[in-house]
Design a protein around this ligand. Structure first.
Ligand SMILES: [Zn+2]
Length: 464
């Protein structure tokens, strides 16, 4: 697997030289304006051909302020010196990505910030930074122009990353972890591995040649290996506990995670979402509902009347206002059965039933506005007249059905009558009359209306 490292901050060659100097124990000082200086070691003052120090800059980004500042390329004097010193190291140098987190605390901050625990808290119940080894094989290879400010370099530094066994590296690692900048890593037990370097070199050359076929400006098949380093990349493995409410003793939820530590700490990769135990939704935002259930905040809402927090899918939308209501706060239009906020119900002046404002047309509800001529033997009028026979004496009848009630309309003497019957029980909901020529509808008590009303226990009686 080949990585052509394009760090936005520095060229691959410069980063290689910077890493190489650090790896062979040469401290680098910054002199500002992109110029750095490295001092010859006390033990070998003639390292730089008599000079005590070398000033250098990145050939890609900085033009040298004077002839004495070396522009670092794969062929420059300092690069050649570093490559030679690296080859003299007695053991394979150890490295780590410069941007990898040092401590778990860096992970903790980033992980916590990914979640919103409404009214609760989150705690890291164990997190370890586990190191995974990969091998970087570096080559110097002829190449085309390097976005050069001055003359293009004759060759480039190229890196190939492999597993210690010479296999392809996890693609997610290469995609997520910045490997352009490496720092030397101190040896400790377990960090030295037995590496089959000839095998690794051969595998890396295969990767380099394969890449070269598709690379623009690349000429090259003649990569010259210049270094090999064992890179330990950190992986964060841990478990989060969610306590909701915050003073709960036992965790309400647990979330396990395992991810490359660097992108996790930098917030470029999120820890895994919580699976909402109530809705199954993957979420980073969790709350506890008043009924005790845990729920994704995205799935929760509150009743517009009481403010009670509930699952949105359990709230009922008012058909007139769009407000969401708890089911026990909902009223239903008696004419149409539309769900409503009780505050918006209106009373039909004719039948006296509570209906939706949308069911009112020309001053009356959709039932009263749709009375049709009916015969006494039409169903369900037959049954209604059997229970309430007085209405049979109203002459020509009209009838209409709403979702929850019927209206029977008729005339008697100088009055218009409306009998409102409950659809389910066939009991009288309201009896009203008004003048034949109009006027206000007045409620009439059914027990004053007729003794003929029939129920299973009362026999028919005379009309008033
Ligand atoms: Zn009505």
């Amino acid at each position: 697997m080949l990585i052509v490292a394009h760090s936005p901050a520095a060229s691959c060659e410069f980063e290689f030289v910077r890493w190489g100097l650090a790896t062979v124990g040469m401290p680098v000082q910054s002199c500002g304006d992109g110029v750095f200086r490295v001092l010859a070691p006390d033990a070998a003052p003639d390292s730089f051909q008599g000079g005590l120090a070398v000033s250098f800059c990145d050939a890609m980004h900085a033009a040298p302020s004077s002839d004495s500042v070396e522009r670092v390329t794969a062929e420059s004097r300092l690069a050649r010196w570093v490559i030679e010193k690296l080859s003299e190291l007695p053991e394979t140098p150890l490295s780590c990505p410069s941007e990898d987190p040092v401590a778990v605390a860096e992970i903790t901050r980033a992980v916590y910030s990914a979640y919103e625990i409404d009214g609760g808290r989150m705690q890291l119940a164990g997190c370890s930074l586990e190191e995974t080894p990969i091998v970087r094989v570096s080559f110097r290879r002829r190449a085309g122009p390097l976005n050069a400010i001055a003359a293009p370099p004759a060759s480039r530094v190229r890196h190939v990353f492999l597993t210690p066994e010479g296999e392809a590296v996890d693609a997610v690692l290469l995609d997520q972890v910045h490997l352009e900048r490496l720092d030397p890593l101190a040896p400790r037990p377990g960090r030295r591995l037995e590496l089959d370097e000839p095998h690794l070199m051969a595998a890396a050359e295969v990767c380099l040649a394969r890449d070269a076929t598709g690379e623009q400006n690349g000429d090259a098949t003649d990569g010259q290996p210049i270094s090999l380093t064992l890179v330990w990349v950190k992986r964060a493995v841990g478990k989060l506990e969610v306590f909701l409410p915050a003073d709960e003793e036992e965790p309400s939820l647990e979330v396990s995670f395992a991810a490359w530590a660097q992108p996790l700490a930098q917030g470029r990769v999120k820890p895994p979402p919580i699976t909402c135990p109530t809705t199954g939704r993957a979420t980073y935002r969790i709350t506890r509902l008043p009924d005790g259930r845990l729920a994704a905040i995205e799935e929760a809402d509150q009743c517009a009347r009481t403010g009670k927090k509930m699952l949105r899918r359990e709230l009922v939308e008012c058909s007139a206002t769009g407000n969401l209501l708890a089911p026990d706060e909902v009223a239903y239009c008696q004419a149409t059965d539309a769900a409503l906020d009780p505050a918006v119900l209106v009373t039909c002046p004719e039948c006296g039933q509570a209906v939706s404002p949308r069911a009112i047309e020309r001053g009356v509800c959709s039932v009263c506005g749709n009375l049709r001529n009916a015969k006494p033997d039409d169903a369900p009028l037959t049954e209604i007249l059997d229970r309430h026979p007085t209405a049979a004496g109203w002459g020509s009848l009209r009838f209409a059905a709403g979702t929850h009630f019927y209206v029977v309309a008729g005339n008697r003497w100088l009055s218009r009558w409306r009998l409102v019957i409950d659809r389910e029980s066939l009991e009288i909901r309201r009896l009203a009359k008004s003048g034949r020529l109009g006027g206000k509808w007045r409620e009439h008590r059914p027990d004053h209306w007729s003794g003929r009303e029939r129920s299973p226990t009362t026999p028919p009686a005379a009309i008033d």
